[in-house]
Design a protein around this ligand. Structure first.
Ligand SMILES: NC(=O)c1ccc[n+]([C@@H]2O[C@H](COP(=O)([O-])OP(=O)(O)OC[C@H]3O[C@@H](n4cnc5c(N)ncnc54)[C@H](OP(=O)(O)O)[C@@H]3O)[C@@H](O)[C@H]2O)c1
Length: 368
């Protein structure tokens, strides 16, 4: 995939990075024709009158000059109260960014139900973003099992609604997907590799990708692996959950089969910001991958935590693949060479797991 970057003249130029569709990126739809394929729906915007259409004023406001690159981008982050969304708000803090949440109330967050057409459209009408980032999702395995219809709604229907609304408002969309669209048998996965999810979450993320692509062909879809970073509660990430188990001293068996590529949320959010900035003015309609390089099983992470905090590891046992909430892919390593090359960041720009995990898990090891 070829990338070209044109840095604009300060003050009045457009930043355009062409991220052309890779020849490898086919329009393959592995679930096409299956019973899970989304059926055509009535246009949810058909009852809107012309006042809801983008106006000259709204277009002007979307492209007002600012101090950043000579252009403003008004951004709306859906799901800004979540793990990735919180980092996203930090990464975009020098833009004019609005974050939405649902259950959680936070300073400056706007309550939006992303499964409601009216809520989503109203948010975009009100904030007139040039860029929309969708971090809404349900990734907790217990929710897949206990409330699958709701999880489907959040992962697939909300994605479709946000994509339709972004297109309707003429905003660029960055949609977050997952490495779980792959089956984990043939890593590394190129962006156009055959998707073959092995569990419900992966299937929903696949359906969401297709729904987003149909509703908003220009959207960028970014696939990410397991994320870690500052959490609000231990169960919010696998890593902090493991830290709590390791710190408790109670016997614990951790999956030593499935490998993960734990990626710091702040790094993922920075990549999103980079993509969003490049996409201003020209939307590529691409799928891109981002992932850290180093691989660990949950068991290995547990041992690293024990070693770092001087905890005897006798209570930590290597276990089989964790299938309590459905099958897990063995190794979904994402090939992200194209994006790494395009970013051109120096090596020390990346956050390595070995350097970052102690700070992230410390509060949860010590209070366990
Ligand atoms: N975390 C990972 O390891 C990982 C890895 C790969 C990809 N991803 C993908 O990255 C995206 C973000 O994941 P995350 O880990 O940040 O998820 P998260 O922490 O569970 O956050 C989910 C967000 O969705 C919001 N939300 C829930 N119900 C909503 C509704 N009805 N309307 C509007 N918003 C609603 C939540 O708001 P409230 O909490 O305020 O209700 C929260 O802000 C998801 O698409 C996920 O699939 C995550």
């Amino acid at each position: 995939m070829a990338w070209t970057l044109t840095v604009p003249p300060r003050g009045n130029g457009a930043l355009t990075v062409a991220v052309p569709r890779s020849p490898r990126q086919g329009a393959r739809n592995e679930l096409a024709g299956s019973s899970t394929e989304l059926r055509p729906r009535p246009d949810p915007f058909s009852r809107r009158d012309r006042a809801a259409e983008p106006t000259a004023e709204s277009s002007r406001r979307r492209s007002q000059p600012s101090e950043l690159w000579g252009w403003i981008v008004r951004a709306v982050v859906f799901g800004a109260s979540g793990l990735l969304g919180r980092s996203m708000m930090r990464a975009f803090e020098d833009w004019k960014v609005t974050g939405t949440s649902f259950r959680r109330k936070g300073q400056g967050l706007v309550t939006v139900d992303a499964t409601s057409t009216d809520d989503v459209l109203n948010a975009l009408s009100r904030f007139e973003p040039g860029v929309v980032i969708n971090c809404v999702g349900e990734r907790r395995p217990e929710a897949w099992a206990n409330a699958p219809a709701r999880a489907h709604e959040l992962n697939v229907e909300a994605a479709r609604l946000i994509a339709e609304a972004a297109r309707h408002h003429g905003a660029s969309l960055l949609h977050i997907s997952s490495d779980y669209v792959f089956d984990g048998t043939e890593p590394p996965y190129q962006v156009d590799a055959r998707r073959n999810p092995v569990n419900a979450y992966g299937r929903w993320k696949l359906l969401a990708e297709d729904a987003v692509r149909r509703a908003c062909p220009e959207a960028v879809i970014l696939r990410l692996p397991m994320l870690y970073g500052p959490v609000e509660y231990a169960a919010e990430t696998n890593l902090t959950q493991i830290a709590r188990q390791v710190g408790s001293g109670e016997p614990v068996e951790l999956d030593d089969v499935c490998v993960r590529y734990p990626t710091h949320v702040d790094e993922a959010a920075k990549v999103c910001r980079w993509i969003a900035a490049q996409s201003k003015g020209q939307y590529p309609g691409s799928i891109v991958h981002w992932s850290a390089e180093h691989r660990f099983t949950k068991y290995r992470m547990g041992l690293m935590i024990a070693q770092h905090f001087g905890i005897a590891p006798d209570h930590i046992k290597a276990g089989a693949a964790d299938t309590a909430s459905g099958d897990r892919p063995d190794d979904c390593r994402l090939d992200c060479m194209d994006l790494r090359a395009a970013l051109g960041w120096p090596v020390d720009h990346y956050r390595t797991f070995a350097n970052e995990f102690p700070q992230v898990v410390a509060p949860w090891v010590r209070t366990a």
